[in-house]
Design a protein around this ligand. Structure first.
Ligand code: CA
Ligand code: CA
Length: 256
């Protein structure tokens, strides 16, 4: 066994212990499901050790895969984003009267920034303005319309994209009819192909295609240094070269 396979093996064992039984995929169900670990006769320290393992991100992911998850928001390690500068951070500093909202007169910053932070436009800053989690349930039709218009997927609909949609939908007539709009906004047919099987996802997890068994730094911790070649191969960028000089943003694109 290679040394770097050990954490993976530990995580698999923890996953099996924490899950009690794996569901779906190639793993055949045993005739009698094994009891979950919290039903076993274990010492308190052993229970704590297993509970700690179950909280590892890799184990969370493996449990979600074993449970048939297709890795949507909130599943596996796809938790809501974390920030050092969240609502609690702001409220501690600027909610002078402690009423759970930061009014404009309490805000110690530029007015334009207040307006940007007030995402729901109710004139005050509250926890709701900092909640970036995806609301439960189906997405509103406006989301579909937006992504249809946003041809270059940059999260903004430009005038040119708006006009291009109009030209496409009106088919050169210079105006839109209800039929034109209905046809332009027709939902694409749902794919009959099912998502990846738990077996395929588990394989991707173990091969490192769905992430790493090694957890990254927590919010506030120092990022590990790395060196990467630029796309043109002409220079090497080291993260440490920017430390203390300027903010660095790492953007990871979709792997699909
Ligand atoms: Ca207040
Ligand atoms: Ca608000």
């Amino acid at each position: 066994m290679r040394t770097n396979q050990l954490p993976v093996l530990v995580c698999i064992v923890a996953t099996v212990l924490a899950t009690g039984q794996a569901r779906g995929g190639a793993a055949a169900k045993p005739p009698r499901p094994a009891p979950a670990f919290d039903q076993w006769d274990l010492s308190a320290s052993a229970r704590r050790a297993i509970a700690d393992l179950a909280r590892l991100e890799f184990v969370e992911m493996a449990r979600a895969v074993a449970g048939g998850s297709q890795m949507g928001p909130g599943e596996g390690w796809f938790h809501a984003g974390q920030s050092r500068y969240d609502w609690k951070w702001l409220a501690r500093r600027m909610d002078a009267n402690g009423d759970g909202k930061v009014e404009r007169r309490e805000f110690r910053g530029p007015a334009a920034l207040f307006d940007r932070l007030d995402r729901n436009g109710d004139g005050v800053l509250t926890a709701a303005d900092f909640d970036w989690s995806t609301p439960p349930g189906p997405r509103p039709p406006s989301d579909f319309f937006f992504y249809l218009l946003d041809a270059n997927s940059n999260g903004r609909v430009s005038g040119a994209e708006w006009e291009a949609f109009f030209a496409r939908a009106s088919r050169g007539k210079g105006y839109l009819t209800p039929d034109d709009l209905r046809q332009a906004l027709q939902m694409p047919p749902m794919s009959k192909q099912a998502g990846p099987s738990p077996r395929m996802l588990l394989k991707g997890l173990l091969c490192g295609e769905l992430g790493s068994p090694f957890e990254g730094p927590r919010v506030g911790q120092r990022a590990p240094d790395f060196a990467l070649r630029t796309v043109d191969g002409k220079e090497t960028i080291r993260l440490a070269d920017y430390r203390g000089k300027k903010p660095v943003v790492l953007i990871f694109g979709s792997f699909t």
